[in-house]
Design a protein around this ligand. Sequence first.
Ligand SMILES: [Zn+2]
Length: 253
Amino acid sequence: MPAEESTPAIVIRARDYSESDRIVTLLTRDFGKLSGIAKGAKASRRRFERKLEPFSHVTLYFRRRPHGQLVFITRAERGENPPPELEDDLGKIALGSYMIELADALTTEEAEAAEAYLVLANALETLGRGAAATALRQAYELRMLSAAGFGLEFARCRVCSRVPEAEDGAVYFVVSRGGIVCVRCRANAPEGAVRLAAANAIALSGLCTARFDEATVLPHGGRDGTVALERFFASILDRKLRSVEFLDSLLEL
Ligand SMILES: [Zn+2]
């Protein structure tokens, strides 16, 4: 029998399977994204102290199977962090749901994802303690993109490296360049570039590096910043995330 392995993990999807089992997908610190079957999960309080539901932060114990994608989840213990307290706050539920759906969309099974795990864990912890905010959403998007290998550039022009200033008025986000071009290099911006207030580009560049608990009090990148990021997601994801519309209806700008 394969050895039992363990790792901290966050449940990002779960569904019942047969009378007593659950199929669970988790973003783990040590093994990337894993899907597994938890036999008897609906009945066993001993082996699955925490219910295996989205947002549960657990120490996962599992065994690999010689064939097949699903691992056998043998136990799940309470992790270091309590699950974020999202109850009774629709904005927090919407942003939290979006966070785990985006983490799911930007990771693949068995690929290393330690940074993505840390980004998600820190963002959910911050969300649990505070309020749903556009700055936290955008900071999370930028950091999760970076963890997935898509570091976006809002601090300098992709063409001439000039640092935009608020007096510039506007810059242009170009999806294919993964960043902005300044007003002087606008001729290099193709049709369809997203016009961003320069102040909003500066805010986004600040959110790229801020800690999440700091990000919640920083200026956000505005509605045009959200549009620029959504345009980028549309270019790399093969589907629109289910949670986006609900989130957009609740996070006011
Ligand atoms: Zn430029």
